[in-house]
Design a protein around this ligand. Sequence first.
Ligand code: NDP
Length: 394
Amino acid sequence: MKKRRVSIFGATGSIGQNTIDLISRDPDAYDVMALTGSSNIAQLAADARSLGAQIAVTADERLLPDLRAALDGSGVEAAAGEAALLEAADRPADWIMSAIVGAAGLAPGFQALRHGTTLALANKESLVTAGPLLLQEARAHSARILPVDSEHSAVFQGLVGEDMAAVERIIITASGGGLRDWPVEALASATPEDAGAHPNWDMGQRITIDSASMFNKAMELIETKEFFGVAPSQIQTVIHPQSIVHALVGFNDGALMAHLGAPDMRHAIGYALHYPDRKTLPVERIDLAHLAKLEFYAPCDTRYPALKIARAVMETGGHAGCVFNAAKEVALDGFLAGRIGFMDMSGVVEATLDAISSKIGLSNAVETLEDVLQTDQMARKTAWTMIEQHAEKA
Ligand code: NDP
């Protein structure tokens, strides 16, 4: 059997490691072309050695000597920096995982699409900041994008064989995060430790806090609009504390198709890896009788202001997603640094959107990747100013 050529961008992260877990279970099926990371050189080198990758790339040029030393004698090439990431994306591959965190993940994803490859997209920022551009690039090069976020993978699976014209609504679920049961009045005093404990999913600190504030779900609402091309009014979110139903698709005959699965990212990664086939995956099987109940309820805007902001961003389109993403990342930095409180993050994001809107407008279409990166930088600077102003007042 011909081996599939795969590359993993963001191999040392949570999604990257889950992808490697799946690939390592069937080593004869894959030729690993490129693995990339940033700070975690030991992990990058160990995986590159054990998978026999062609090249390992760290985004951090200062760490190239360490990477070279760690790969000494392995036959794996070592490289570093942004240009090296793009070169890695140029290497012929049948399937590429895009799992770099943040705006740094955009350029390698775009580069990979230019070669007509299949891009498994975990990097949320690509769709939120540059959705129309990304899809246009994929179309222009007959490349395929497969969603890896669990909710979007669930929707994608619910749409197999369906006519989009028959879709009335898409519902994505949210666990509600670690502070779900706190009284609303107490949220202002939540610390990063409080917000950083997730009831169901095992993820990094930033995305876990984004779950508690629902900025993560807000990103997913925007991703849903961009990827599936539905109107904002067709997208809903419900709190589902058990995190078993990931998404539902509602059709014009009243049918509601739900996707259920254990909260394990290897579901969505495995689906994208084997698409359009289904292969056995090492994930827990759901025992419905043991679960006994699945609960759903509407989220409250006072508790989760990020959702309301996301709706405005979806309606505005253009550069609004880019500003939203940059501002919410900076707001989280401000929260982690103790400069602002948990509930102040949404204020910073709204104020940044307002400020950039009066400066350059938001709804004009994103034309190039450079546009996105420029707006991203401007929004980050503005968001920091908002945080400083807030901290001075407090
Ligand atoms: P992690 O923080 O665990 O991993 C991020 C990866 O990106 C690491 O390999 C890291 O390298 C690398 N990286 C960090 N900074 C840079 C940079 N400047 N340039 C290049 N590479 C860099 O993130 P996750 O795996 O959790 O998430 C990856 C993406 O997938 C995110 O966009 C996230 O929103 C999305 N996602 C994550 C889910 C999850 O369950 N974790 C679910 C759905 C989507 P190193 O570690 O070596 O520094």
